[in-house]
Design a protein around this ligand. Structure first.
Ligand SMILES: Nc1ncnc2c1ncn2[C@@H]1O[C@H](COP(=O)(O)OP(=O)(O)OP(=O)(O)O)[C@@H](O)[C@H]1O
Length: 250
């Protein structure tokens, strides 16, 4: 069995009187694809924000790759190898795909946005950006402006921007949202191709995607993980069926 790369212990986040996460506990193994599912409002996105570091928990602990990162700001978590795929609003729409990726590579190296840089490191950065573009299926679109990409291609670019930070674990919040069947199939194939070297944690409402992609699934209800297991175990789990899946996957 693989080692645990992420241990989430008793995370709580309250918004006024509402506990969006209410003692969420979860273990993610190195190299696995781990899906978070649950009904609307169960706290999935809140949990992803807490793991990424964009939302501070009110209680609980996050241990990543052997270190307690609960109090670390997001940028330091990215440096430690814990990255989140962002919505396209965070990319430079009027810059080409390749430049967006090169900026993400630069951000990882801690580079500032100086206008003078040694030519060799500049070339290395662009070579690396091109390699990431290839990995996410955008090798033919290097010169295309980000805001001219199709919706599915923008999602591929988002994944590429996260990959450019060279993560050990990648968090994805509803990667398939708003995509048609062809685009979904393409992104699914891309995520499949990442398995192994990288650990993936994703929130996804498309159960076909979840059950095809995930090695293990955690089910969140009212801010707590009520069950964790393989797709077969989750499909058959009486509490999960009662709380969420019902006849959907019968
Ligand atoms: N910033 C916020 N302020 C107040 N309430 C919030 C905030 N963010 C989330 N909530 C509430 O916390 C609960 C959990 O929300 P969250 O978005 O984490 O659930 P989710 O499982 O991702 O839902 P969905 O599947 O609908 O995206 C919801 O009741 C939501 O309304």
């Amino acid at each position: 069995m693989s080692a645990t790369i992420l241990h989430v212990d008793g995370l709580v986040k309250r918004f006024g009187g509402l506990a969006a996460t209410d003692g969420a506990t979860l273990d993610v193994r190195a190299g696995e694809v781990h899906a978070l599912i649950g009904p609307n409002g169960a706290g999935k996105t809140t949990l992803i924000h807490q793991i990424a570091g964009s939302l501070a928990p009110d209680a609980g602990r996050i241990v990543f790759d052997g270190a307690d990162v609960t109090a670390l700001p997001m940028a330091k978590r990215v440096h430690a190898g814990l990255a989140r795929s962002y919505q396209i609003t965070n990319v430079f729409g009027r810059l080409p795909v390749l430049d967006n990726l090169a900026l993400a590579v630069q951000a990882r190296s801690g580079g500032s946005l100086r206008f003078w840089r040694p030519a060799r490191s500049e070339r290395a950065r662009y070579d690396e950006a091109a390699a990431v573009a290839e990995r996410v299926g955008l090798a033919a679109k290097l010169g295309r402006l980000a805001n001219e990409l199709s919706h599915g291609e923008q999602r591929q670019l988002e994944v590429g921007l996260a990959l450019a930070t060279n993560p050990k674990l990648l968090l994805l919040d509803e990667p398939m949202a708003g995509m048609g069947p062809d685009e979904t199939a393409r992104l699914l194939a891309l995520l499949q191709s990442l398995r192994g070297g990288l650990t993936l944690v994703l929130v996804e409402h498309d159960m076909d995607v979840v059950f095809q992609l995930a090695d293990r699934i955690s089910t969140l209800v009212s801010g707590r993980v009520i069950a964790c297991g393989t797709p077969d175990e989750i499909r058959a789990h009486p509490d999960v069926r009662r709380a969420y899946l019902g006849d959907e996957i019968a």
